[in-house]
Design a protein around this ligand. Structure first.
Ligand code: NDP
Ligand code: OXD
Length: 309
């Protein structure tokens, strides 16, 4: 039994050191330097190369190094007998909350606009919004969405959320289904996308959905790049529908130099930093999951492979 690490974009160095410390008796290798592929039973992945896992006939557990699993489900063929697991970490929820709070408050008080005005030496007041009259809509009320929804509600924002199944979250209006989504969108001033990327949610942020929002609404996408139909967003922004958007995730990361998002006056770009996995706490979870697998106990934070999240 051994663990193999498949990281196509992140450096595996600190992860490998931490994992070797946590599991000193376990063989841990980094792809492509795997000495015995048939010994690999547990794969730790972040954006693994397309179909790379087929070369490991005895693989039983595929562990995402982050909260999302789309980088695995969209590139690998997982058998029904495999277990897919992900990171769920309180600090990840807290960091997401802090990022979204900063994004929303900055927007409410027009701070990006004043940065532009300063560059033009323009003294001009803008009308601003307060917390009580800013409706927040959140797509996805899972571990992250539910957490941030409750925090926004505690601050006094009117908050509504949308998920597959109804939720009971203090201070949050729960919606589900097509009609529920329409109702949420038509009232929303700030739309936050925290859905996982699955076949059901790909391209969900299109002209129909975004067009249902109020004219002055603002979009924050911290889910995944392929949720968004980029041409639809640009067309809506250019036509004066939507006041702007903050995008943290993209179809191609890093965002290519020539991409129109970089220069668009209504688009703010952040480099996939809304909430970054903490290596130490992630490795503690991963080592725990490995020992659970080793001892035949149920794993933590497993994902329904059929549903894709
Ligand atoms: P969860 O799996 O815990 O939650 C997913 C939520 O989405 C659930 O409420 C689920 O509904 C809902 N959902 C899924 N599919 C649909 C659908 N078709 N229609 C309506 N609702 C749906 O995920 P997390 O909250 O942990 O994470 C969400 C995503 O955030 C991750 O997948 C990742 O893409 C992104 N992320 C981004 C980061 C960043 O830095 N930008 C950092 C970490 C994560 P139900 O509860 O009813 O099943
Ligand atoms: C994650 C992410 O899924 O960083 O953890 O986006």
């Amino acid at each position: 039994m051994s663990i193999a690490i498949f990281f196509d974009q992140w450096s595996p160095k600190r992860w490998t050191e931490a994992l070797r410390k946590a599991l000193p008796d376990t063989t841990i290798e980094i792809y492509p330097d795997i000495t015995a592929p048939e010994e690999v039973t547990f794969a730790l992945c972040w954006k693994p190369a397309e179909k790379v896992l087929v070369g490991f006939p005895n693989l039983k557990v595929v562990q995402s190094a982050g909260a999302g699993v789309d980088h695995i489900t969209r590139t690998q063929t997982l058998s029904e007998s495999m277990v897919l697991s992900r990171i769920v970490d309180e600090q990840l929820s807290e960091d997401m909350w802090e990022f979204l709070l900063a994004a929303v408050m900055t927007q409410l008080k027009n701070l990006p606009k004043y940065v532009d005005y300063q560059r033009q030496q323009t003294w001009k007041r803008q009308p601003y919004r307060g917390i009580q009259n800013t409706n927040i809509g959140i797509l996805g009320l899972g571990v992250l969405g539910a957490y941030v929804a409750e925090r926004f509600a505690e601050l006094g924002f009117p908050v509504a959320g949308w998920s597959n199944s109804p939720k009971n979250i203090t201070g949050v209006d729960s919606h589900h289904g097509e009609a529920g989504r329409q109702e949420l969108l038509s009232r929303t001033d700030m739309l936050i996308n925290l859905l996982p990327l699955t076949s059901a949610t790909e391209n969900i942020l299109d002209k129909n959905l975004l067009g249902t929002l109020k004219k002055e609404a603002f979009l924050i996408n911290v889910g995944r790049g392929p949720h968004l139909v980029e041409e639809d967003l640009i067309a809506l922004l250019d036509s004066g529908h939507l006041s702007g958007t903050l995008l943290d995730v993209f179809r191609q990361e890093p965002l290519p130099e020539s991409h129109p998002f970089w220069q668009h006056p209504k688009i703010q770009v952040t480099p996939h930093v809304a909430s970054v996995t903490n290596i130490e706490s992630a490795v503690t979870q991963i080592a725990d999951n490995y020992m659970r697998f080793h001892d035949g106990r149920p794993l933590l934070h497993t994902v329904n492979i059929g549903k894709g999240y």
